[in-house]
Structures are given as structure tokens and as C-alpha cells.
Ligand binder design. Structure first.
Ligand SMILES: [Zn+2]
Length: 243
């Protein structure tokens, strides 16, 4: 069987996306909604995964399976489970959750020559970061809640370093978020270090993620044991902040 036009279009997108994907690390993969956005597809069913099936996903998945190609559609994941749709494993005769096999499909897909089947060129590097999907940010933030970010929250008593807000949670717990001032990952490549972190309330976190506000050191509450580097503040004001 030949790959239909919608399947080729989706394949072209996935081949561009897979360049920055790290096998076995789903947070570097792509969501169903993001595929719609990047391909300009309408949402035709309530669930994004169901909506993508008749618009290239099913034909591409069937084509890879019947032509012994690597399972590149495994790079498309549900952002709430960080897994591909159930049909993915079953189509290739694998059990749900065969993660080793899945990671190998992504690795083989990165190395495979797909060029005879591509119809469109996607350059994902700039657009990826100019208009990030807020859901993507929130989900990857949970994964990154490291010991270091817990320490930064504790030093700052779970109070926003910009406005002093502290959110009270059930059972006397408090809630705050840690933001990387120079963002992690491409293209910014900021470090995962304390001096690149700031403890925030969710409102200020969203404003910084979107570059809605500037950072002025004199307006930041600095608590003993947690220094913030001037270099990263300058980076935010110069490259993230959009006046
Ligand atoms: Zn705040």
C-alpha cells in the first residue's frame, strides 16, 4: 500500500520533530494537539487523538507496520499519560507498555531515511519556543520538580519572590512553583541550577513563561541561601521578555 497525502504530511512533521527527540524520554516527543496546530488540521472529534486518526495518523501507522518501517507514530503521545495511544503497541503486535520496544522504534526512526516519502519541510526550532502550548509547559514542569527546586521553594518559604504570595493547601501544606529564568532545553539551554531558579506564584510564573514582564533584581525578594545570577536576569530581559 502507498502512503496517502495526509499520512505523508504527518510523516514530514514527525521527521522534523524527531530530530530533537531523545529515545525513551517522552517529554521530548509531540502531543496530539500540537500535531493539529502545526499541520493546521481542524479538531473533528472530541479527543485530539481520535481527531488525528482519520487525518493521517491511522494511514501512517498502518503504512509503517505493513512496510516494515520503524514505528515513528510512537513519537505522538497523550500529554496526560506521556504514552502513545493504545492502538500503537497492538498494531505492531506488542503488549501495552512495552517501553523498551517503543524507545527502540524512536531510535530506529531517527536513523531511518524517510526522504522518499516527505512532501513538506517543517522547521520546528524557532516556532517551538515562540508560542509554547501552556499545557506542555505545565506537564514538563511536573517532571522537573527536582530536589533542587524543592530546596529553592523551602528556602523561600513557598512565597513568591515577586509578590510575596503564598498559596495555602489542605493539611497545612503550601504551594509554589519554580521557574528557570534562562529556560532549560533548546534553544536557550539554561542550566538546572539554583542561581537560575526563582520561586513564584502561578500568576507570576505564567507571566514569566510568556515574557509578559521584566525582571528587576531590586524587586525580587532574596532570601539567605539562594542567590540569583544577574546573568540569567539579563538573559530573561533580553531574550524572553517581549515589550
Ligand atoms: Zn507572585
Amino acid at each position: 500500500m502507498d502512503l496517502d497525502a495526509q499520512g505523508k504530511k504527518l510523516l514530514s512533521l514527525l521527521v522534523a520533530k524527531i530530530k530533537t527527540a531523545v529515545p525513551g524520554r517522552p517529554e521530548t516527543y509531540i502531543g496530539y494537539k500540537e500535531c493539529h496546530d502545526l499541520l493546521g488540521l481542524p479538531q473533528i472529534r472530541e479527543k485530539w487523538g481520535e481527531s488525528l486518526k482519520p487525518q493521517g495518523l491511522s494511514s501512517l501507522a498502518d503504512w509503517t507496520e505493513s512496510n516494515n518501517k520503524p514505528g515513528i507514530t510512537g513519537i505522538i503521545i497523550n500529554l496526560s499519560t506521556f504514552e502513545p495511544g493504545k492502538g500503537y503497541f497492538n498494531l505492531f503486535g506488542k503488549d501495552d507498555g512495552d517501553y523498551a520496544w517503543w524507545a527502540e522504534q524512536i531510535k530506529n526512526s531517527k536513523e531511518h531515511d524517510w526522504s522518499p516519502y516527505l512532501i513538506e519541510e517543517f522547521d520546528l526550532t524557532p516556532s517551538d519556543f515562540e508560542a509554547p502550548d501552556r499545557n506542555d509547559i505545565v506537564t514538563s514542569r511536573i517532571i522537573r520538580d527536582t530536589a533542587l527546586s524543592l530546596k529553592v521553594k523551602a528556602i523561600n518559604s513557598y512565597e513568591c519572590q515577586l509578590c510575596g504570595t503564598s498559596l495555602g493547601m489542605p493539611a497545612g501544606k503550601k504551594y509554589a512553583e519554580v521557574h528557570h529564568i534562562k529556560p532549560l532545553g533548546k534553544p536557550h539551554n539554561g542550566p538546572d541550577t539554583e542561581n537560575n531558579m526563582i520561586c513564584l506564584c502561578p500568576n507570576h510564573h505564567a507571566e514569566l513563561d510568556y515574557g509578559a514582564i521584566k525582571l528587576a533584581k531590586e524587586k525580587i525578594t532574596i532570601n539567605e541561601g539562594h542567590e540569583i545570577s544577574d546573568e540569567f536576569l539579563r538573559y530573561h530581559n533580553e531574550f524572553i521578555y517581549k515589550p
